[in-house]
Design a protein around this ligand. Structure first.
Ligand SMILES: Nc1nc2c(c(=O)[nH]1)N[C@H]1C(S)=C(S)[C@@H](COP(=O)(O)OP(=O)(O)OC[C@H]3O[C@@H](n4cnc5c(=O)[nH]c(N)nc54)[C@H](O)[C@@H]3O)O[C@H]1N2
Ligand SMILES: Nc1nc2c(c(=O)[nH]1)N[C@H]1C(S)=C(S)[C@@H](COP(=O)(O)OP(=O)(O)OC[C@H]3O[C@@H](n4cnc5c(=O)[nH]c(N)nc54)[C@H](O)[C@@H]3O)O[C@H]1N2
Ligand code: SF4
Ligand SMILES: [Mo]
Length: 889
């Protein structure tokens, strides 16, 4: 038998980039834990990272290439891809083809895809889902610093005295970094200000929450700059010695935001709160401003970024411990993608198309005769070009644009129309439906390469399982196609280490310090050293300079070495609410889900906290629409419509709604936020305004509700609304319709898969308004149950789940109970799961609080809830606080 072994790798989810130890036991079972030696997380993992071990099974994986839906061998599939791309290029030119790639590819995958498109196909039509994610930060950095640089490191969160989190739900989206800042706050009393229209879990634990009106960040930060100028809190020496453009920028800020009263009015905030924020900022030297999609995903995201950076430059708070603007990156390798030049307007290794000498440099390095000479199409424009037939062949890798692109119905129509679509993925998705050729990619546990996290730290992802079936690494697939297109010499890599060395060498090529992105010191890394590679920051140049925090010397990678102030003014969001679409729809993330749920959606404990697609509404907005918690709503914007359940929430401001971005057609009938989102983009970055679109929300008058619990993996059709969530041993399908109940019953019954040998129990009430059925397998255990009736008649899902999970023969009492639709002994349901790590429900927490647990520590000691990743701690605290309020009343 094999020995147990433990492999050091990196989490494939967010940009925190936590180290993971994957253990393969002697019997072949795998488990994961945080890597105590990794400097991003020191052993901690969040709920998603903790559940990685549950995403490794072969279920649902693509195992073989497919051509037009039939299985094919690799040679046939690769030949066809190469032929179709070559033919389109020969006939219509290089700009008739495109790659749409992902910040979840490894640097080595990304490097070869970029090299193939820009260097050898000769078009810059390679763009990435980072366009929807980090493009505004990239553009803002380049305007201010001359290069796409995040100056800070994670320790800055620990040695800051004030952390401003704007447009970032850090508690849910970068949980381990959030825990690090809270731990440090416990020691040094760091103040935290959260700027977010919603009262998020992040806002729950802050000192000051500014629930600004959507899209008004520029005004708020212009007001801050004006306040700093007016109160003499600027660092004149720093401005004089290290920056340019201050006067014009300050003048515009003062004109845009002449007084705190004007800012407060324009942002929808209380003047006292604005004043408090400005005073805190003005008085605190060690101030860090971290931002994410509330800033980037905006029609003015680049201006938002520069408005923030302006305030840091004005106070000289950059490049020193605990200071600086800090763009927290989303995907595990958003940074790596930016480094290789995977955005259509970049060329490679932080070089762009601005001058011939640069293009010539990259061309000589790659020995590429036909290098692209100008930028290519950015994501939204790329899909437009697919729609209008300019792009004849498209290759999508590691992203799910049919769900995640704004105006997703148009994107779907474009994919359907495109002559030739290739999709590389690990599983079937809404996008793979449009694939002419489907290529099975190796997944996280099988992949070998590097990723860069938010703090410019490169870590290794190492394989610890063999790829199932015929799945192959993305870099190899790209190289195999390149070879078939006639570029074999330039893509003759045998291993990712070779690609990494070349990438490092390119970053150092003819670079005597003009480009800070320099990995020259790693250009000669041996295979052994690559294999053993420990996490490290860049730059890491050949000259041996090792820097962690950047810009400490006050020198910036602009031609005059000065940072640039960028004058910006507040502009309106692309669309404003009106009588037709009276609410502002905001979209974003949930704690336990990752994007389009292709991995996290299959893990029961990650589905438990928010099992159904829902839209959050302020109580008054819900009441005005006669909507209560759990009702089905119809949401429509000028781009499309979806349906989702209503969640009434005090965390929403009036007039605003929030919908998670996660639900695809694999998990619900029609609940993808992308169908509603606006494709209007920022003029500088091309990033769409995913955080704001006017929406109309009305009640859907449902006639019936049903729940199907089953071992089978189904995609229901014909229902007005359905959604499903993974549970122990199978799936729960929530069904709803607008038909009368008897028709609903007929429709729902079609889902029942009764095998001959199964026993089948069935009950219809006299009036035909309720229906219950269960099928019992050969061993007497419940294989499936369907219950239809009025929503309040349906039993607690926990009970049904426990019946499915046991796989034990059903007792007579259980059978009766199933037919009567009521649990036999009313077992106290644990309720909605709050702590995903230890599966602790809200009812358990409430009763623990009622019986005296009045602190997080006491809850942790009793139920373990909140003691692992900690991302549920704010919710637990809210339950404790609610009890205190009750007690006081
Ligand atoms: N659990 C989980 N974590 C993730 C991911 C995931 O899918 N799930 N994805 C990863 C990725 S790729 C990314 S990009 C990051 C995203 O991480 P975040 O940006 O933190 O997450 P979001 O929920 O998209 O949006 C953040 C907040 O912006 C707020 N916001 C909306 N409009 C405005 C505005 O006009 N101004 C301001 N100041 N705020 C506004 C929203 O209310 C929301 O709370 O998360 C990463 N981490
Ligand atoms: N409305 C709205 N839309 C949004 C956002 C929002 O906030 N609101 N956020 C945007 C942001 S910031 C982002 S980053 C995007 C994310 O959107 P997507 O990138 O579309 O989301 P994922 O579900 O992460 O898609 C990754 C795909 O790659 C597959 N995959 C996983 N590993 C591998 C691999 O190793 N190789 C290959 N070839 N495939 C792999 C997965 O199965 C999955 O299908 O969504 C954007 N869209
Ligand atoms: S915070 Fe969570 S999702 Fe992000 S890298 Fe760490 S474990 Fe993975
Ligand atoms: Mo992202």
């Amino acid at each position: 038998m094999e020995e147990a072994r433990e492999v050091r790798t990196t989490c494939p989810y967010c940009g925190v980039g936590c180290g993971v130890l994957a253990k393969i036991a002697a019997d072949g079972t795998t488990s994961v834990r945080g890597d105590p030696g990794h400097p991003a997380n020191f052993g901690k993992l969040c709920s998603k990272g903790t559940a990685l071990g549950e995403t490794l099974g072969p279920e649902g994986r693509l195992l073989e290439p497919e051509i037009g839906g039939r299985q094919a061998g690799w040679d046939e599939a690769l030949d066809l891809v190469a032929e179709k791309f070559s033919r389109a290029i020969a006939k219509h030119g290089p700009d008739s083809v495109a790659f749409y790639v992902s910040g979840q590819l490894l640097t080595e995958d990304y490097y070869v895809a970029n090299k193939l498109m820009k260097g050898f196909i000769g078009s810059a039509n390679i763009d990435t889902n980072s366009r929807l994610c980090m493009a505004s930060s990239v553009a803002g950095h380049r305007r201010a610093f001359g290069e796409d640089i995040v100056p800070g490191v994670y320790e800055d969160f620990e040695c800051a005295d004030l952390i401003v989190l704007t447009g970032s739900n850090t508690a849910w989206c970068h949980p381990v970094l959030y825990r690090r800042m809270l731990a440090a706050r416990g020691e040094r009393g760091t103040k935290i200000v959260v700027i977010d229209p919603r009262r998020t879990a992040t806002a729950d634990a802050c000192d000051l929450h500014l629930a600004l009106d959507p899209g008004t960040d520029v005004l708020l930060f212009n007001g801050l700059l004006a306040h700093l100028v007016q109160s003499g809190k600027i660092d004149s020496d720093f401005i004089r010695d290290h920056t340019s453009g201050f006067d014009a920028t300050a003048a515009l800020a003062c004109a845009d935001a002449p007084s705190i009263a004007r800012v407060a009015k324009g942002c929808g905030l209380a003047a006292a709160d604005v004043q408090a924020f400005y005073d805190l900022f003005a008085e605190t030297d060690r101030t860090l401003t971290a931002y994410s999609q509330g800033v980037n995903q905006s029609a003015h995201g680049t201006d938002k970024v520069n408005a923030i950076i302006n305030c840091h430059l004005a106070t000289g708070r950059i490049g020193r411990p605990g200071t600086g603007p800090f763009s927290v990156t989303g995907q595990p390798n958003a940074m790596g993608g930016r480094e290789v030049g995977g955005l259509a307007n970049q060329l490679a290794a932080h070089m762009d198309f601005a001058d011939e000498a640069t293009i010539d440099r990259v061309s000589r390095f790659w020995k590429a005769a036909d290098i692209a000479r100008r930028g290519g199409l950015k994501a939204v424009d790329m899909f437009q070009a697919v729609a209008d037939g300019r792009i004849k062949a498209l290759w999508v890798m590691g992203t799910n644009p049919a769900v995640s692109m704004p105006d997703a119905s148009r994107v779907r129509a474009a994919l359907a129309k495109c002559d030739f679509v290739v999709v590389s993925d690990v599983t079937r998705t809404d996008t793979t439906r449009y694939a002419d050729v489907l290529l099975p990619a190796a997944a996280w546990s099988e992949k070998d390469g590097t990723v860069t996290n938010s703090e410019r730290r490169i870590s290794r992802q190492r394989p610890f399982l063999p790829a199932p079936g015929e799945a192959r690494a993305d870099w190899r697939i790209v190289c195999d196609v390149a070879a078939r297109m006639g570029f074999g010499d330039a893509f003759a890599y045998q291993a990712p280490a070779e690609i990494f060395r070349e990438h490092a060498a390119l970053s150092a090529f003819e670079n005597s310090g003009e480009r800070l992105f320099d990995l020259g010191g790693m250009a000669n890394l041996s295979d052994e050293a690559y294999s053993a590679f420990a996490p490290r920051h860049w730059p890491a140049s050949e000259r041996g300079e090792r820097q962690t925090r950047l810009f400490g010397d006050g020198r910036f990678p602009t031609p005059d070495r000065r940072a640039r102030f960028v004058p910006v003014r507040q502009e309106a969001t692309a669309f404003t609410v009106d009588a037709d679409n009276p609410l502002a729809l905001n979209t974003g993330r949930l704690r336990d889900q990752w994007h389009t749920m292709t991995r996290t959606g299959n893990v029961p404990r990650l589905m438990a906290n928010a099992p159904e697609p829902a839209v959050d509404l302020h109580p008054a907005d819900a009441a005005a629409r006669h909507l209560k918690d759990g009702d089905l709503a119809h949401l429509s914007t000028r781009f499309g419509f979806v349906r989702a359940k209503v969640r009434v929430s005090e965390a929403q401001r009036r007039g605003q709604a929030f919908m998670p971005m996660h639900w695809s057609g694999q998990f619900a009938a029609r609940a993808a936020a992308g169908l509603l989102s606006s494709p209007i983009t920022d003029p500088h970055s091309g990033q769409p305004e995913l955080k704001h679109v006017p929406v109309r929300i009305v009640r859907e008058n449902t006639g019936w509700a049903g729940v199907l619990i089953t071992r089978r993996d189904l995609r229901p059709t014909g229902f007005v609304h359905w959604s499903r969530h993974a549970v122990e041993g199978g799936w729960v399908y929530e069904l709803t319709g607008t038909e009368p109940p008897d028709q609903g019953i007929l429709l729902a019954r079609k889902l029942l898969g009764v095998r001959q040998q199964d026993q089948f129990l069935e009950y219809t009430d006299r009036r035909g308004l309720a229906y219950r059925a269960a099928s019992i397998d050969d061993g007497g255990a419940m294989a499936e149950a369907l219950l239809v009736g009025a929503p309040e008649q349906l039993p607690a899902r926990d009970w049904l789940v426990s019946l499915l999970a046991t796989r034990q023969p059903l007792s007579t009492a259980d059978r009766h109970a199933l037919l009567s639709g009521r649990s036999p002994v009313p077992t106290p349901a644990i309720g909605r799961v709050v702590c995903a790590c230890f599966h602790v429900g809200i009812n358990q927490l409430a009763s623990a609080v009622a019986s005296g647990c009045d602190s997080l520590e006491a809850i942790g000691a009793t139920l373990r809830a909140g003691t692992n990743c900690g991302s549920c701690r704010s919710e637990i605290r809210a339950i404790i606080d609610a009890r205190h309020v009750q007690a006081a009343e």
